[in-house]
Design a protein around this ligand. Structure first.
Ligand SMILES: Cc1cc2nc3c(=O)[nH]c(=O)nc-3n(C[C@H](O)[C@H](O)[C@H](O)COP(=O)(O)OP(=O)(O)OC[C@H]3O[C@@H](n4cnc5c(N)ncnc54)[C@H](O)[C@@H]3O)c2cc1C
Length: 471
């Protein structure tokens, strides 16, 4: 038997994209249903990706006491023998709370939640199959948003036992903190986990087939990060490829194409992600995904079928929770002809390594390639009173400023609070502000934000020197 219900909007997937699409449509007075598999309310973001990894990072920074060692000495620890139970305690607490927040938000906005696997029956109808229930519900929508996200890609020929060889989903279930670990892939997720485990004392080897990592980030910042990770005993094998991983009784052996062999307790693959569209019966909706499972959409997040939208990781780059949320909101607005601005091109990037990295706007390499003249200014945290108080002497903030009209072209930060501080630069850039605003602004003291003023003064002093030479 099957029951059928009709809605203005049906959303498949309750991650940041689906959630925000559902809430935005509900605020417009529309009837909304969200379909989510039972164990994943809040999506990859809440259950296996953003939230657990950022909580794990916070737990590691706190328990290792590493951010306090400049002040109290290198032997300072909050806890000597950190176990996976210590770490899971904090991650599961935050995940539970966040799931509750999502559930409450759906209830408050009178959004119906259907638990089970959704797949298309026709372009307006989705059947929800729940293994605990022989009765399937059929939900139909005037509009549909696909927000099914991604799963970790697993390369052919590698055996994943989820104990010794695992991906970013499996890493959260580790039974003990590994003594040694190979991370395959130096993308954002790989390098975040490499830094988290290195901070815990695990001997980490990162294997990356490209000649360097994070090539979209300013090279000076990548150099600083690489230096710090090496200082935490991380070994980088750039330009190297894994040809095989063997699993023994207790450990693993990773073989590289160059013939090198690396023994380690754990191998973590971070080899990209695959769109979750293979079980959606897209054909029944008149849609087709690319070979990485991703859907193609226009600027308004509409697929090739007029009433079906797709948002979040399932549409590919930049595949961030931050952007997925806004894509969801905008898809709902476009579906119901609510006036909406396009997504702003100025989007910050945050990399939660230890220490963290964040930037907005252009890198020095991009400006140089495009022959855009700029001046740069740097503030080092060790010159800031707040840096001394917090015990962060390695952090830095770099401003890139147009020499033609003095507007900010890019902000690059490495160190404590980078992912928060970046929003000051983003706001100034978004409003077309110049470096002079930062010179003139009075900022709270002592703060990390003061770095903006110090870097702005550095820029303007250099600009003045050039002007004086011309005079
Ligand atoms: C380790 C890791 C760390 C990350 N860190 C960050 C970070 O620091 N900052 C950041 O901005 N982003 C981060 N991300 C990326 C972020 O998690 C994703 O961009 C975001 O979760 C994508 O949201 P989404 O709405 O596309 O869907 P997802 O969060 O992927 O959720 C999709 C949901 O759809 C459900 N679903 C799929 N198919 C079906 C179906 N057929 N029927 C019913 N339900 C279905 C799934 O169960 C899932 O719950 C990280 C990702 C990972 C893996």
């Amino acid at each position: 038997m099957a029951s059928q219900t009709e809605y203005d909007l049906v959303v498949i997937g309750s991650g940041p994209g689906g959630q925000k699409a559902a809430v935005a449509a509900s605020k417009l007075g529309k009837s909304v249903a969200v379909i989510e598999r039972g164990w994943m309310l809040g999506g990859v973001c809440v259950n296996t990706g953003t939230i657990p990894s950022k909580t794990l990072r916070e737990a590691v920074i706190y328990l290792t006491g590493m951010n306090q060692r400049e002040l109290y000495g290198t032997s300072y620890r909050v806890k000597d023998n950190i176990t996976t139970e210590d770490l899971h305690m904090r991650t599961s607490h935050v995940i539970t709370r966040e799931i509750d927040v999502v559930r409450s938000q759906l209830i408050r906005n009178k959004i119906d939640l259907f638990t089970g696997h959704g797949r298309f029956v026709d372009p307006h109808t989705v059947v929800v199959e729940n293994e605990n229930d022989s009765e399937h519900t059929t939900v139909s929508g005037e509009h549909i948003v696909i927000a099914t996200g991604t799963k970790p890609a697993r390369p052919d020929g590698i055996e994943f036992d989820d104990e010794h060889v695992l991906d970013s989903d499996g890493i959260l279930g580790l039974k003990k903190v590994p003594t040694s670990m190979v991370v395959v892939g130096a993308g954002v997720v790989g390098i975040e986990y490499a830094s988290i485990f290195a901070a815990l004392g695990t001997k980490v080897t990162v294997v990356e087939k490209r000649p360097s990592m994070l090539d979209f980030v300013d090279s000076e910042i990548v150099e600083a990060l690489t230096f710090h990770l090496r200082d935490l005993a991380v070994t980088f094998r750039f330009g190297e490829e894994v040809t095989g991983v063997e699993i023994g009784d207790e450990t693993t052996l990773t073989t590289l194409a160059s013939g090198k062999r690396i023994a380690a307790d754990t191998v973590m693959y971070s080899a990209g992600r695959q769109g979750l569209t293979d079980t959606l019966d897209l054909k029944a909706a008149g849609l087709e995904a690319d070979k990485r499972g991703r859907l193609d959409v226009g600027d308004d997040f509409r697929t090739s079928v007029d009433h079906i939208f797709a948002v979040g990781d399932v549409i590919g780059f930049p595949a961030l929770a931050a952007t997925s949320m806004d894509q969801g909101r905008l898809a709902a607005y476009h579906a119901f002809d609510e006036p909406a601005n396009d997504m702003t091109a100025l989007q910050p990037i945050g990399i939660y390594t230890i220490p963290e990295v964040s930037y907005v706007g252009a890198t020095e390499a991009e400006l140089t390639d495009q022959s855009v003249p700029y001046e740069f200014g740097v503030a080092r945290y060790r010159e800031l009173a707040r840096g001394q108080i917090a015990g962060d002497s390695h952090g830095m903030l770099k401003l890139l400023v147009s020499t033609e009209d003095r507007t900010l072209l890019g902000v690059h930060i490495f160190g404590t609070n980078a992912t928060e501080l970046i929003h000051i630069g983003q706001a100034v850039m978004g409003c077309g502000g110049t470096v002079d605003y930062l010179v003139d602004a009075v900022l709270n003291y002592p703060t990390f934000s003061e770095a903006y003023k110090v870097a702005a003064l550095d820029v303007t002093n250099k600009l003045r020197a050039v002007d004086e030479f011309r005079r």
